[in-house]
Design a protein around this ligand. Structure first.
Ligand SMILES: [Zn+2]
Length: 300
């Protein structure tokens, strides 16, 4: 089976150090196994997007030498596929409408199932939830974080279509990963607790599909311990320093490097890095400080 990986940024802002580390790790893991690396723009939520951000991300990836294979996928253009998937789940009685408001669910850590037997207030705007298999235990060997064992009963029924009619993340991601033939998912550990839903959804949507292989990377955090993001004002990357940025990211990922690479073009550095890539060297932690990216080389 050929390796097919992917990078799936949300265009809420430019590429920053955190998203660079994720893009680089998934690119290297794919390339080191002669795999494909696909790119998907997760533009499901127009109000949260910044005009031009998707194009800026693509431009930054090109400047960094992180080229992708095949056509770009924009989730905003996949409504018909998501509708079909919702229909399939409805036909299998694995999706149900939910009228609950945020206020009614305050204090519950998981969805308490109020609408499992029908919406409590059918005249309200309705979201759709996926009825998880409460008996399912999601188990996988995470290539970075080690063996995982999660009970779907502890995850609860998840929204797959929002009451404002926007498609929800879990359904879109799972269907796209299935339809793009993704085999390996390398992404930030902030998505670890989404994985049980995605495993359950994949089984419901395409029971015959092989299981995804997962690797959850530590996320890059600022001094306040917050994941770098547009909301936390993470600065955009200066891709005129592409080689430096890639080199620092490799050090943060605890990969073997050669200082001679700093004199190279990004494409050459990446080629060498792919030859030396060892996923098992990535630190098995949940967070890495942004500072480590800024100070990890002395040649500044
Ligand atoms: Zn409800």
């Amino acid at each position: 089976m050929q390796y097919v990986g992917r990078f799936a940024p949300t265009p809420s802002g430019s590429l920053h150090l955190g998203s660079l580390v994720t893009a680089l790790a998934s690119w290297l893991d794919a390339r080191s196994q002669q795999g494909k690396w696909l790119l998907r723009i997760e533009d499901l939520d127009p109000p949260r997007e910044e005009p031009g951000a998707a194009d800026q991300i693509l431009y930054s990836l090109e400047q960094l030498g992180l080229f992708w294979d095949g056509p770009l996928v924009y989730q905003s253009q996949r409504s018909a596929a998501y509708q079909q998937a919702l229909q399939l789940l409805q036909d299998k009685q694995l999706a149900y409408p939910c009228s609950c408001t945020r206020k009614e669910l305050a204090g519950f850590s998981i969805y308490p199932g109020f609408c499992r037997q029908g919406p409590r207030y059918p005249n309200r705007p309705l979201a759709w939830r996926f009825a998880v298999d409460n008996n399912l235990k999601a188990r996988w060997q995470d290539a970075i974080q080690g063996p995982q064992y999660w009970s779907l009963a502890d995850a609860g029924d998840v929204v797959i279509r929002r009451k404002d009619q926007l498609w929800a993340y879990q359904l879109a991601v799972t269907l796209d990963d299935l339809e793009q033939g993704i085999t390996h998912i390398v992404r930030g550990i902030d998505l670890l607790d989404s994985t049980p839903w995605q495993i359950n959804l994949a089984q419901a949507l395409q029971p015959e599909a092989p299981a995804f292989q997962y690797a959850h990377l530590p996320v890059i955090v600022n001094k306040q311990g917050q994941k770098l993001s547009k909301q936390n004002l993470a600065p955009a990357l200066d891709t005129t320093q592409a080689t430096q940025l890639l080199y620092r990211s490799l050090l943060v990922l605890q990969q073997r490097v050669d200082p001679a690479w700093l004199q190279e073009k990004p494409a050459t550095l990446l080629e060498e890095a792919a030859k030396n890539w060892q996923l098992e060297r990535v630190p098995k932690v949940t967070q890495l400080p942004e500072e480590s990216l800024k100070t990890c080389i002395s040649t500044d």
